[in-house]
Design a protein around this ligand. Sequence first.
Ligand SMILES: [Zn+2]
Length: 256
Amino acid sequence: MISIRKYFRIIFIVLILFLFCFPQTAFLQITSVEYICVGTDYETPVYIIRTDSKEPTIMIVAGTHGNEKAGIKAAEYLKDNIKIEKGTLIIIPEANILACEKAVRNFPQDINLNRIYPGNPQGNSIEKLASKIFNLMKKYDINLLVDLHESIEFYKKNPKNYGQTVVIDSDDDCLFELSSFFVEEMNKGIKEDSNKYQVLVDPVKGSTAYSAYYQLGIPALTFETCRKLPLSFRIGEQIKFVKIILSKWNMLAVQR
Ligand SMILES: [Zn+2]
């Protein structure tokens, strides 16, 4: 007959072995979804990934332009697969969902969502959409906005296009240092000079990032890959960029 003492000793040893074999594989994050522009053609999901600690709160926006697929695919991948152990991550994979479904830059064609922020709750569909996204930034009191884009050409080949850049809307020292750090990290794995990223200071009035920075005081970055590169590579780069940011704020869960 096994004594109670022995019985507890066995349980204790099994427990220690269990903890040793499976150290912290479960991450305590909860993903919820809410919708903006509910009941309209522009109704689109917003994924909120929460942990025990609210801060920092980072918002990732993709699909502002529907034909910039890498950011959209990366955001979709991240909302399903990213593991964080700190802070809050908000992801909008298809900001202009109709443009994304039709794979066009803007829908309607003549209204650019990235030029009409902070939007207008009484305006047209796209102005209403911008206003909803702008309100989300305020509602969640975000610490950083990351807007994922793509360009048709390398900035180095034609400076009218922003391919392979991190664009900031102000030469604010902190923002410049931060984006320079991200560019340096991104460039570590890139051999070809044309594919290397650079920081670009270019205030684009009415853009998501401009509005976040100038109207809400939120640091904001616009990330641009070049569509001349293969799609799978660009998706990987967009995912990598977000992960570098999350690492910088110690949000990324370390797979043990
Ligand atoms: Zn774009």
